[in-house]
Design a protein. Structure first.
Length: 272
């Protein structure tokens, strides 16, 4: 559709991406998992027609601009029966696969044919900061880097990942740590993978900026797939006011849940 030069539609929000950041840095977990866009109900939303009147409608189009290319990523049509306070659309990891700067906006087109265009949201996409921080640690692993059936806490419950600041003031109050965890069918964190990438968020508050903190990885579904000569890798990114500022090197833990004389892994085998 032909877009308007008039910015007459309301601004919209993107879950997890700070509206106060003019560059719109996209956090790493959103690059992996995607997010939701939320468009507020527009003032001239279609009303129920009177008897004999044609039904009014509004068409919504969402556009993604990057590398001099404009792509329609969402469209829908709304009548009075769809009325609600806000309207959602998906912004997927596939939309954000290319590093660089993108802009996203929406256009409303009513039955009268006049388009209403929203302000554009700038997004800065960087999939990988250069790692500068030490890898996260696994405080319960043995001297050889293994988590096994004798580990305390028990591997059938969780694996603990420890993050410790390596310099004064490197973490600040209300920073956010985004930990990425993934399991592998090898002992050295190489392919093939056994799990997708999973993300965990931790707000760095209280005494955490000084003492560090532990993130628990629950057994299900994050550990269960790994049981015999397998491993997992954890790495993290630090966000400050929504902007990624530090990334860690990857930390490796080996996982062995097979006890001598037993065929079933302690904690249970992979789900069929």
């Amino acid at each position: 559709m032909e877009q308007s030069n008039q910015l007459t539609a309301e601004p919209f929000t993107l879950d997890g991406i700070s509206s106060s950041d003019p560059d719109g840095h996209v956090p790493p977990d959103i690059l992996i998992n995607g997010t939701k866009g939320r468009i507020p109900r527009w003032a001239n939303f279609p009303q129920k027609p009177l008897p004999g009147e044609d039904e009014d409608y509004t068409e919504l189009y969402v556009y993604w601009e990057q590398s001099s290319k404009t792509t329609e990523i969402f469209n829908d049509r709304y009548t009075y029966i769809n009325d609600k306070p806000e309207f959602e659309f998906d912004l997927t990891a596939e939309h954000m696969i290319e590093d660089g700067v993108a802009e996203i906006y929406y256009v409303l087109l009513g039955r009268n044919g006049n388009p209403d265009e929203s302000p554009k949201r700038k997004l800065t996409i960087v999939h990988a900061l250069t790692p500068t921080l030490r890898p996260p640690a696994f405080p319960d692993a043995d001297l050889y880097g293994y988590i096994n059936c004798d580990t305390d806490p028990w591997v059938g419950e969780k694996i603990r990942v420890q993050i410790v600041p390596e310099a004064v003031n490197i973490f600040q109050d209300e920073d956010v740590c985004v930990l990425v965890w993934q399991g592998f069918a090898t002992l050295n964190g190489s392919l093939p993978v056994l799990t997708p990438q999973h993300t965990f968020r931790e707000i760095i508050d209280g005494d955490k900026p000084v003492k560090g903190f532990v993130i628990d990885i629950p057994f299900d579904p994050f550990i269960r797939p790994m049981f015999d000569k397998h491993s997992a890798i954890a790495r993290y990114t630090i966000l400050r006011r929504g902007v990624p500022i530090y990334a860690s090197h990857p930390g490796l833990v080996k996982i062995d849940r097979i006890e001598p004389g037993y065929t079933e892994p302690c904690g249970g085998g992979p789900l069929k």
